[in-house]
Design a protein around this ligand. Sequence first.
Ligand code: ZN
Ligand code: ZN
Length: 151
Amino acid sequence: MDEFTIKISIPTDDDGFVLLQCPKCGEYFKLPPNDIESDDVVDIYCPLCGLVSDTYITEDVIELAKAKALNKVLGDFYDEMKKLERKTRNSIIQVKANKPQKEEEIPIKSTIDSMEIVDFECCNRQGKIRHLLNYCGCYCPYCGGQKDGSK
Ligand SMILES: [Zn+2]
Ligand SMILES: [Zn+2]
């Protein structure tokens, strides 16, 4: 099969933050895309478990990518079968192409309830984390340093 690229744009919320999910503990948090892509941000630390992961893509994004990939493959397959159907129209062997059922492409959600913007003074950057995490204390997503809760 030929390689193909699927483009998925991850929406930002009203404050311009993009939703991330830690693959290790499943925690959701948000960071501004500019900070994620910034050259001096090497690693992103999960604010809950404090560990570094390679990717913080949310399940939504993975599911959407899978659905899009499947639809692309099924669509291509259908096109091929259609061609074959036309070619075999008057021959003994007949091919009938059935339109594939489309996988639902669920839009990515950018909002998770009760998150608040937190200033990580150690790195002079902002992040959005769950209220409870802010209350209890968390790790700075940019340097992994511990931040005291706002109790
Ligand atoms: Zn985590
Ligand atoms: Zn920091």
